[in-house]
Write a protein that binds this ligand. Structure first.
Ligand code: GUN
Length: 292
């Protein structure tokens, strides 16, 4: 039987309704409007789209948004000054510097420069450390989105074997950490696989919950999963264009074949993707609340 679809678009809409109510309360009770500053360096088309989507989400929800686009040859010192300006601005509760940055800028220096209380991406080492010990205010957006997808689909993680494929700082490492925390939504046994893993399928076949974030289409085939697995596909790969010139997106999982064996699976698009920006909005609201 084909798998149940975990519909990120619908769950994201539900969470945005909850966030809207929180924002209304912040405004009426405390006179505080959450504010997000986004910084885009250069004109990478993909990054432009993402920053545009973040701006639009702010506008739709009533979050104050300040977008700064600077040229690709902006110096690291100028970018650090810009971050400092937003660190000191009380209207701004969250700062997001879109990655990747041009090669002449050291991304980790820029991330270190963001005030941890305004680090709504949860990329600052202080927040990464807090996440590891389970005391963080912010959770990184995509992993947080995955937790919400599972929770709101009534999929428990307690005692399950979660296999994560991909060890990026943005998805693989933090989601593996969250899954092993001794708290609701975690308490799983976690295996983290990566490009150095020998015989990947041995591990993926053991997964009760398989989370894939590698950036290559069809990395996970039907032969690599067991019956009844829950699959979270974080990949967004552009695999072609429609006759109208629109990008065709596919995940890291061979969706058509794997859905025949899985109990539940996220589609691409419409699975994890919509959750990331929603959780960024949530973090901005949390930062605004903490500022009161
Ligand atoms: N580039 C790709 N994903 C992200 C993200 O979640 N945050 C930022 N700042 N840049 C990104």
């Amino acid at each position: 039987m084909p798998a149940k679809l975990i519909k990120g678009t619908e769950i994201s809409k539900q969470i945005r309704e909850e966030i809207t109510r929180e924002i209304e309360e912040l405004k009426s009770k405390h006179g505080v409007t959450p504010g997000l500053a986004t910084i885009l360096v250069g004109d990478d088309p993909g990054s432009k789209v993402y920053v545009g989507q973040k701006e639009k989400a702010c506008n739709n929800l009533g979050i104050y948004s300040e977008r700064t686009d600077v040229p690709a040859d902006t110096s690291e010192a100028d970018l650090l000054d810009l971050v400092k300006k937003f660190n000191d601005d009380p209207k701004i509760h969250g700062i997001l510097v879109q990655l990747p940055l041009p090669k002449h800028i050291d991304a980790s220096r820029v991330i270190y420069a963001i005030e941890p209380d305004k680090d709504v991406d949860c990329f600052h080492p202080v927040n990464v450390g807090k996440l590891m010990i389970g005391t963080g205010r912010f959770l990184p957006c995509t992993p947080h989105g995955i937790l919400e997808l599972l929770k709101r689909s009534d999929i428990t993680t307690e005692g399950k074997h979660v296999v994560v494929v991909g060890r990026s700082n943005i998805v693989g490492k933090p989601i593996a950490n969250l899954m092993l925390q001794p708290s609701p939504g975690g308490n799983a046994t976690v295996t983290l696989c990566h490009t150095g893993t020998k015989d990947l399928a041995t591990y993926t076949r053991m997964a009760d919950i398989l989370i894939v974030a590698v950036g290559h289409p069809k990395t996970i085939t039907a032969e690599m999963v067991k019956e009844g697995v829950v699959v979270i596909d974080v990949g967004v790969n552009r695999t072609g264009k429609t006759p109208e010139g629109k990008a065709i997106l596919s995940g890291d999982v061979d969706f058509d074949a794997v859905q025949e064996k899985a109990a539940a699976i996220t589609p691409v698009p419409g699975g994890v993707g919509p959750m990331t920006i929603t959780m960024l909005m949530k973090n901005t609201v949390e930062a605004a609340k903490a500022s009161i």
